[in-house]
Design a protein around this ligand. Structure first.
Ligand code: LLP
Length: 435
């Protein structure tokens, strides 16, 4: 969905009620800007089309897409659960006082230390990825005299149409327990026998930035067959089914974003159909989108610096950020739309390539972007950068991470401070013999 583009009287791009050129002046660039209103709009859409529509369903926000204390607070108020995937994400949620019973703890190689923290805090669900982890969870549970509630992550064995780095449901995947009977039933039997875990059901996640619901439906179909067999062979009654996230959003033409119900209705209908067919009780159905909630809620502002025209070839316009604040184009060839924030009312009749400032040829944010006549000092707004930009940002070339500003009609506040050079070297130590 393309958000309506608002322009101020002086021709500046307005996002979340804030003049982006003013934001760039006040907070500096590069700058992540996040709209609270858009996050809330997305959560409302989830409530109206999923949570209020069906009985016994839950929605979690996949926090890996974008996580900090303020976001935890917004997501909690919106009534969503939280998916975390590491001790760092869990720690952030703890510091934000996120209700621990509303946490799903994922990860294909959780350490003992991470699991100990999660179990000591009574997180809602641990999504167990493998037998090694199952043993550890049971052992920690025994030592702490607790009985963590767990789901098994399964590999449904389905392919999805998306970038190969973000497909996860195929058989050849590092995630989850394979559906081979001798493996999955062994795991289930063990989990049922262990005294310090309570197995509630299953989880799958087929991949990210997916536009077609076929792989979600296919995976649901497979897991429902498993649920039936688990009941028939082991008497195991599945109480929960977490169907992951992965719903695609609009970045550029060709991205066919769908309403959330396109995915959720299809998943729920498949579960209901199979429960009727197999005479099974309906499990609680959970979804956990990340990108779909936060992607469109973020933009990144940059200042244009050098402009280099190579006659007959192309014009490069370089910005003051790049692959450190947005590694996605370099990593996945991701495409973005952008506009010149201080010339938002002008015709875009020139073509430039937006380069980052890193010492690396691959540090190109956008190839062949249509822009108005460009000058150094112009402000570039790259759209829909809310998901997996800040969360994947790094300090390559010792470039500090940008600040994050939260905007809402008439309100703006920094929710993440810009990193300082002192932060970058604060953990460096000089050994005595070099002093
Ligand atoms: N649940 C699980 C278990 C996941 O692994 C993920 C994403 C999600 C939910 C949320 O997926 P989403 O709704 O955001 O697509 N860095 C990549 C995306 C990696 C996604 C990893 N897992 C990118 O920038 O495209």
């Amino acid at each position: 969905m393309i958000m309506e583009r608002r322009i101020s009287e002086n021709g500046n791009y307005v996002f979340g009620g804030a003049d982006t050129v003013e934001l760039a002046k006040e907070y500096g660039t590069p700058l992540y800007v996040v709209s609270e209103e858009i996050i809330k709009k997305k959560c409302k859409e989830i409530r109206e089309n999923f949570l209020f529509k069906y009985k016994d369903v839950k929605a979690a926000y996949a926090s890996k897409a974008f996580l900090n204390l303020a976001i935890c607070k917004i997501i909690e108020r919106e009534g969503l659960y939280l998916d975390v995937v590491s001790e760092g994400e869990l720690y952030t949620a703890i510091c934000a006082d996120y209700p621990m019973e509303k946490i799903f703890f994922h990860g294909n190689n959780k350490s003992r230390c991470e699991l100990e923290l999660a179990i000591s805090k009574d997180v809602g669900r641990i999504v167990v990825d493998n037998l090694y982890e199952l043993e550890m969870v049971n052992d920690i549970g025994r030592k702490m005299k607790k009985k963590p509630k767990i789901l098994y992550r399964i590999t449904p064995g389905v392919e999805s149409e998306t970038h190969k780095y973000v497909v996860t449901g195929q058989r050849d995947s590092k995630f989850g327990i394979p559906l081979e009977k001798d493996i999955i039933f062994k795991a289930l039997k063990l989990g049922m026998e262990y005294e310090n875990v309570e197995v509630l059901g299953f989880h799958f996640h087929v991949g990210s930035q997916i536009f077609d619901n076929t792989s979600h439906v296919m995976a649901t179909h497979r897991v429902m067959d498993l649920i039936r067999e688990a009941k028939d062979t082991l008497g195991f009654i599945t109480r929960e089914l977490n169907t992951g996230g992965g719903y695609g959003i609009f970045y550029t033409e060709g991205d066919r974003e769908k309403p959330i119900s396109y995915f959720t209705d299809a998943i729920v209908e498949k579960v209901i159909e199979k429960c009727k067919e197999f005479d099974l009780p309906l499990p609680t159905i959970i979804i956990e989108p990340g990108r779909w909630i936060i992607g469109e809620a973020g933009i990144t502002l940059y200042t244009i610096g050098s402009i280099k025209e190579i006659p007959g070839i192309r014009t490069y316009a370089s910005v003051d950020g790049g692959m450190p604040d947005n590694p996605r184009p370099a990593l996945y060839g991701s495409k973005y739309q952008a506009l010149i924030a201080n010339k938002a009312d002008r015709d875009a009749d020139k073509v430039v390539t937006i380069a980052g400032k890193c010492c690396e040829t691959g540090d190109i944010l956008i190839w062949d972007l249509k822009v108005p006549e460009l000058e150094s000092g112009d402000i570039l707004a790259v759209l829909n950068t809310g998901a997996y930009n800040y969360s994947m940002a790094n300090n390559y070339n010792k470039i500090p991470r940008p600040a994050v500003v939260l905007v809402n009609e008439g309100y703006c506040e920094e929710i993440v401070e810009r990193e300082k050079y002192e932060d970058l070297i604060s953990r460096y130590r000089i050994p005595n013999h070099l002093k």
